[in-house]
Structures are given as structure tokens and as C-alpha cells.
Design a protein around this ligand. Structure first.
Ligand code: BG6
Length: 446
């Protein structure tokens, strides 16, 4: 890799501080970024380079995956430049353009680490910046604010930057254990032959967080759990778990699964969807005091495909829940109703592990006991050190022109359609947004 620039819109945002800078530092430390990389963070605040470097110094110290080495961190910071501008003001893009005058890069990655309602203004601004040549664009999710907006945006951005230059990131696809799902399934006959309705009763995909909306109230209140987590992260995991033919192109196979998601009628929706809001949410900073935005979403879905006939896919996500955990739990059919089910659980976060519960004869008795076999991946220091954080992996893939694990437009479009329809039905059926206590996981059973 040669001469690279990475420019980040949203340089003073939570994502940049918490995820992007620590990931870039780790890539630098691992010698995966070349020595003359230039990282330009754009923000409105009146910082000098040194102020900004001091701020990210602290974030990197707290959030970098690998132990921070002071000298390496100082070296890294020299590659970071702060550029003050108001990116919503089109008049300010000429300054940015001049900043890049006479700087020749082999590739220039522009990261839109901002809410989707800013994508358009930034691309308009960039259209005036002729010194930024053929940039690659990384777009954060959710892509667009709704289906129509996403369609329009997609067309505009592809026209302006070129289809191949656009990388729609979904960092869940960079998580090690999400990638492991296919390997566990494909390489173990025990699971490969049982990955269907004849053996599996239900699949539960959940992503619970203990944090609330933190500093992102204004973005989150416009978005909610369905658009923030389900439409992208959780449906993507579902599509990977449910892939019919893992030997084929993954993106095409995922698309087929999205297309097979069973639609519901108004009468059915009550049994398939629950939305909730944590107590105190409306008092959060920059949240409408009368907000009806959901911070929890629970769905019971079906994939209309012979492999998955009658297999329930439960999807759940919530903020301010009891504990932080992302898991995929596969429950197999019981031999009979008196015998516990075998359960395969893939833990994606915060620990990375695989747990299999199966039945044995209770020692000394004739009864049956369910016991666990557990493989803890990140308890192995070498495995842990070798596991890149999701953003490290995704940024590196973009630099290497590998878009395999980036979300494709047709997938995003179909997921928008599906989720939007469900939300419309929920509203039309007059179903409530259940209030749940902070620290609880289930606002309402369904
Ligand atoms: C982001 C969502 O995409 O994912 C956040 O916008 C959420 O609301 C975050 O907190 C969770 O990511 P992770 O990697 O911590 O599970």
C-alpha cells in the first residue's frame, strides 16, 4: 500500500473517538498502514492539531484493542490532522479542497462518520473539491433515513463517486464470531447436516446493551432500535445464519434470505413484534420529552424457504438492558417433550465463545441431565491478540478494495422495505411502545 489519505467527516463524534481512531492506531501499530498515511479529522470545534491529538490520545489509551505503546502512539498522532470546518456549509468546501492541493495520494478514503441526513450535503460539498481525486467513500449505517431517502441517496452517490467506490459499512459483519458462524456450520458435519427445519426448532439472535443513547440523543430519537440495529446489524446476522447454500456468493445468498422474509398482516403483527422504551429515555439529552421512539425491538420472523419451514427466528435488541451481550442461540428439536433440547450458542460479544448443551445420564441415577461444553475463544491469549476489532478489519478491507463483507445496496433496500412495512403495521394496529425498567430485557412477552 502506498500513499494513503483517510478523511473523516464527524471527526469529533463518538464513533471516531471510540472506534475509528483506536482502530486506525491499532492498524498503524500492526504495520498495516504505511508510514506516510495522512488522517484528516473534520470537525466544527475550534481545535488546534495539538488539542485534537490530546483528545484522541486519551480515547486511544482507553479503547485501543492492543496495549498502547507511548512512542508508537506519539508517532501515530503525527499523522493525524484536525481540519476545522462546518460541513453543512457549502461555502467552506473550497478551503478543504485547497488543503489537498498538491497532495497526491494513491488512494483517498472519505469516511462519512455522521448521521445519514448529512450524507447529501457532504457529497454536494465534495463535488466542488477537485483536488480530492476518485475517493473511496465509506458510509456508516443506517444508510438513509427511510426507504425513499435511501434510494435517492444511493443513486446520487453512485452517480457522483462510482458504484465501485462506495463501501456501505456494517461493522457487525467485521466481528470475528459473526464470520465464525459459517465456519462452525460448514466444517462440522454434526452441524452442517442438522442446519435445517428437521433438526432446528428456533433461532434466537439478540444484541443487548447496557448503555443508553449517551450523547447521541438527537440521532437516536429520529432513528430508534428498528432502524439503528434491526434493519442492518441483526437482519445481516440472520441472513448469514440462514444462508441456504454457503458455497455460493455470500451476498447473493444473503439477498435470497432477505427476499424470503415472510410478510405479516395487520392481524398477525401483534404476535410477531414488540417495541419498548426504557424508563427515563424521554429525559435524555436531545430527546423529545414526548418521544415514542423505541429503544427495544423484539420480532418473531419466519423465512419462507423449504430449509426453514416453521422455524421461528427471534430477533431482539435493546438499550439499557440487564447485560451487554450479542448471541446467536440455536435450539434443536427435542427427542421427546421430557428431554431437554440441545442448544448451540454462539456468543459474539463481549466474550467470544461457543457453548453446546447436550444430554447425559445423571451420574449414579437413571435420569437425564443437560450439561455444557464451552469453548472460550478469547480466553486464549493468542487468539485474542490475533482477532482484529471489527472496524480495523473493515477499514483494511476497504483499503484493499475488498467489499465482500460490506452491505450491498440491494440488501439494504430490501431490508428497509421489510422493516418499514412492519413498523407501519405496528402503528396501524395501535400497538403500544411498552415502557421497561432500566436493567430489564423483556418489556413484554409475545
Ligand atoms: C451501532 C449503533 O451501529 O452499533 C449503536 O448505532 C450501537 O446504537 C452500536 O450502540 C453497538 O455496536 P457494538 O459493536 O458495541 O455492539
Amino acid at each position: 500500500m502506498n500513499n494513503i489519505a483517510i478523511t473523516i467527516f464527524g471527526g469529533t463524534g463518538d464513533l471516531t473517538y471510540r472506534k475509528l481512531m483506536p482502530a486506525l492506531y491499532t492498524l498503524f501499530k500492526r504495520h498495516l498502514l504505511q508510514d506516510n498515511i495522512q488522517i484528516c479529522a473534520i470537525g466544527r470545534r475550534p481545535y488546534q492539531n495539538d488539542d485534537y491529538r490530546q483528545i484522541i490520545y486519551n480515547w486511544i489509551q482507553n479503547y485501543a484493542r492492543l496495549k498502547v505503546n507511548e512512542q508508537e502512539l506519539q508517532n501515530f498522532l503525527l499523522h493525524v490532522i484536525y481540519f476545522k470546518m462546518d460541513f453543512t456549509n457549502l461555502n467552506e468546501y473550497q478551503q478543504l479542497n485547497f488543503f489537498f492541493k498538491n497532495k497526491i495520494f494513491d488512494q483517498h478514503v472519505i469516511y462519512f462518520a455522521v448521521a445519514p441526513n448529512y450524507f447529501e450535503i457532504i457529497s454536494k460539498g465534495l463535488s466542488q473539491a477537485n483536488y480530492i481525486k476518485q475517493p473511496k467513500i465509506i458510509l456508516e449505517k443506517p444508510f438513509g433515513t427511510d426507504l425513499n431517502n435511501a434510494r435517492e441517496l444511493s443513486q446520487k452517490l453512485e452517480k457522483q463517486f462510482g458504484k465501485k467506490q462506495i463501501y456501505r459499512i456494517n461493522h457487525y459483519l467485521g466481528k470475528e464470531m459473526v464470520r465464525n458462524i459459517l465456519t462452525v456450520r460448514n466444517t462440522n458435519p454434526l452441524f452442517a447436516h442438522a442446519w435445517n427445519k428437521d433438526f432446528i426448532e428456533s433461532i434466537h439472535i439478540s444484541a443487548f446493551e447496557t448503555v443508553g443513547v449517551e450523547t447521541r440523543g438527537s440521532y437516536y430519537d429520529q432513528t430508534g432500535a428498528l432502524k439503528d440495529m434491526v434493519q442492518n446489524h441483526l437482519l445481516q446476522i440472520l441472513s448469514i445464519v440462514a444462508i441456504d447454500n454457503p458455497q455460493n456468493n455470500i451476498a447473493d445468498e444473503q439477498y435470497k434470505i432477505f427476499k424470503s422474509l415472510k410478510p405479516f398482516t395487520l392481524a398477525e403483527i401483534k404476535k410477531h413484534m414488540v417495541l419498548g422504551q426504557y424508563e427515563g429515555y424521554t429525559k435524555e439529552e436531545k430527546v423529545n420529552p414526548l418521544s415514542q421512539t423505541e429503544t427495544y425491538a423484539g420480532l418473531k420472523l419466519y423465512v419462507d424457504h423449504p430449509r426453514w419451514k416453521n422455524v421461528a427466528f427471534y430477533i431482539e435488541t435493546g438499550k439499557r438492558c440487564q447485560k451487554r451481550a450479542i448471541t446467536v442461540t440455536i435450539k434443536f428439536h427435542r427427542i421427546n417433550k421430557n428431554i431437554p433440547a440441545n442448544i448451540l450458542q454462539i456468543q459474539i460479544q463481549p466474550t467470544e465463545s461457543i457453548n453446546l448443551s447436550f444430554n447425559i445420564k445423571t451420574p449414579g441415577q437413571d435420569s437425564i441431565s443437560s450439561v455444557n461444553m464451552n469453548f472460550c475463544q478469547d480466553c486464549n491469549l493468542q487468539f485474542k491478540l490475533n482477532t482484529p476489532e471489527a472496524y480495523e478489519r473493515m477499514i483494511l478491507s476497504c483499503l484493499n478494495n475488498d467489499d465482500t463483507w460490506f452491505a450491498k445496496w440491494d440488501q439494504i433496500e430490501i431490508c428497509w422495505q421489510y422493516i418499514q412495512k412492519l413498523k407501519q403495521l405496528y402503528t396501524a394496529a395501535n400497538l403500544p411502545i411498552y415502557i421497561y425498567k432500566q436493567g430489564e430485557n423483556h418489556p413484554h412477552e409475545f
